[in-house]
Design a protein around this ligand. Structure first.
Ligand code: GLC
Length: 577
């Protein structure tokens, strides 16, 4: 028996798939929906601009939500829209419980959330607990209150080394480049203490040994939970707790004078993945349980190996963690099989679903990344002077194949806005347009992440491709994006948008998110072949076509004209035993 879901796809009936008439009823059902959900990341600055200032906003998002419901996703995650000076595109928060006027008001948020719930979409917001903005009143009060005050104890202020405190307290480097410490100036104009910032100097790290900080964040969680959000994506969830005494970091790269730390390191680092973070997430788990319904915490934790990352999703901690090891896996059959096995084993060992992700606002879009060999490391970006540029045609073809494979995997998938359009990374942004602090802190030597953040195209022949009524755009859009626009692809067979729509509908019909993966042998090393329930998936990462089994094709990333699966192509077939 099948029943119609709110989004019109045909789902097998079981206790988890009640008929949804008023879809807001989904809130309150304890379905552990996040185990299989496809969650769409909205980067508010670049999604849809309703007021024409060139920066996307909440009202713009609300207007465009029906397109996402039609796409067939289950939830949206909104990158930060909170009060912020925008030095790191909103990941520098000056007030966690208000909306920045750039994006609208709390009322706009409530309207957006209501509209999302009406459409059957859950809403996840971003929580940035590792650091605030220097504009946050907690920090300005700390500066005013001076050394030794309870206000300073909210952050990691320390005296400098050297006779006059002229050297930073330790050798830590900022992820965005340069030292992770900045020195303050006392009211009398003399240099004062230093404060830690693992990211930009406008993002001071909070001191999570201070119970006061814990209490603030419990209240911030409750503020948004009371407004009805379905969960939180937790920024830098491996960074909150630092090793006691803030010891120097003696990694080889730092000793050799490398200018930067990165989000993950293959060695023990005194500011990443400290065991103390887990008590924080147990505490937040309990806060979520104070509220009716099924809510989710998802860790942005760049932790390897996955068996260690699994600690973030133990039953009393978070529900999900981004699988960046999967994201970073090259387009290679053996490597993909290995990481999928490792993911399912690691997350499965603690009873959590694996997540799968290929793109987000911090990495080169996979339609370009998969056309580069090797791609630059996370955060480096590509620009006009980069030594290597992606092969766009190869990249897009692989991206379509990779996405179709990803959406067949059991667990929860993340989709970054624009990937359903096949958008590439924007490479030729002029230096003067760039805004990522990475670019400035590396004096232009690293391009950073602006290339994946360019406002997305909706209508091929509207100003700004329909992103903004005035055609304004905070990062310039390429002049040749007509074919990527949503209206150029909507209803067009073979378009990337139709491929995602078909994949999401088919994934729901066959309940692939809650399924079980079994490898299929016999197609050679290059072909990732597996079954998930009634569906057989074959992804050919090589160049040589392989013979397809007989059977009905449910979805294919390229036109399949013969009974053969060409290179860089994925197909879903109805399983035949
Ligand atoms: C996370 C965010 C990134 C931000 C950084 C500092 O990695 O995804 O965009 O710059 O944290 O908040």
């Amino acid at each position: 028996m099948t029943i119609e879901s709110a989004q019109g796809s045909s789902l097998p009936a079981d206790e988890n798939t009640l008929p949804l008439t008023a879809t807001s009823q989904i809130i309150g059902r304890n379905t552990e929906w996040w185990r299989s959900a496809v969650i769409y990341q909205i980067y508010p600055r670049s999604f849809a601009d309703s007021d024409g200032d060139g920066i996307g906003d909440l009202a713009g998002i609300a207007q465009r939500l029906p397109s996402l419901a039609k796409l067939g996703i289950d939830a949206i995650w909104l990158s930060p829209f909170f009060t912020s000076p925008q030095n790191d595109a909103g990941y520098d928060v000056a007030d966690y419980c208000d909306v920045d006027p750039l994006f609208g008001t709390l009322d706009d948020f409530d309207r957006l959330e209501k509209e999302a719930h009406r459409l059957g979409l859950r809403v996840i917001v971003d929580l940035v607990p590792n650091h605030t903005s220097t504009d946050h009143k907690w920090f300005t009060e700390a500066l005013e209150a001076g050394p030794g005050s309870p206000e300073r104890a909210r952050y990691l202020f320390r005296d400098g080394q050297g006779a006059n405190g002229e050297f930073p307290p330790n050798n830590w480097q900022s992820v965005f480049g340069g030292a992770a410490w900045s020195r303050t100036t006392n009211p009398d104009g003399r240099p004062g203490q230093w404060y830690l910032h693992l990211f930009d100097s406008s993002q001071p790290d909070l001191d999570w040994t201070n119970p006061w900080v814990h209490e603030q964040f419990r209240e911030i969680l409750r503020f948004w939970l009371r407004r009805g959000v379905d969960g939180f994506r937790v920024d830098v969830a491996h960074g909150l707790v630092k090793a006691a005494g803030l010891p120097d970091f003696f990694a080889p790269a730092v000793e050799e004078g490398a200018s930067t730390a990165s989000m993950s390191q293959p060695v023990d680092v005194p500011y990443w993945a400290q065991p103390g973070v887990h008590e924080i997430y147990r505490d937040w788990h309990r806060v979520l349980e104070e509220f009716e319904g099924d809510r989710v915490l998802c860790a942005e934790a760049w932790v390897e190996p996955l068996s260690k990352l699994a600690n973030w999703v133990r039953p009393d901690e978070m529900q999900q963690a981004f699988n960046f090891s999967y994201l970073e896996t090259p387009w290679s059959g053996p490597e993909i099989r290995a990481i999928v096995d490792e993911s399912i084993a690691a997350f499965g060992s603690v009873g959590a679903p694996s997540t799968w992700v290929l793109s987000n606002h911090d990495v080169i879009r996979h339609a370009s990344r998969l056309g580069m060999n090797p791609p630059p490391p996370q955060g480096s970006g590509i620009g006009p002077k980069s030594e290597h540029r992606p092969d766009e045609a190869v990249g897009l073809r692989r991206a379509r194949a990779a996405s179709l494979m990803m959406l067949a995997l059991p667990g929860s998938g993340y989709v970054y806005q624009g990937e359903e359009l096949g958008l590439p990374e924007v490479i030729d942004l002029p230096d003067k347009a760039r805004q990522d602090p990475t670019f400035f802190r590396h004096h232009g030597e690293k391009y950073g992440r602006d290339g994946c953040r360019v406002p997305i195209p909706w209508e091929s022949d509207a100003p700004g491709y329909g992103f903004s009524p005035t055609g304004e755009s905070w990062l310039p859009q390429p002049t040749d994006w007509q074919d990527y626009a949503r209206d150029s692809q909507d209803g067009v067979p073979g378009s990337t948008l139709e491929l995602y729509t078909l994949a999401l509908r088919t994934r729901a019909s066959y309940n692939l998110g809650l399924g079980t993966l079994e490898w299929v042998d016999g197609y050679g090393d290059d072909v990732v072949a597996f079954t998930n329930g009634d569906v057989t998936v074959l992804a050919n990462t090589g160049t040589i076509a392989v013979e397809l089994p007989l059977g009905e094709i449910l979805a294919a990333s390229e036109d399949i004209t013969e009974a053969a699966l060409p290179g860089d192509t994925t197909v879903w077939m109805l399983r035949r035993d």
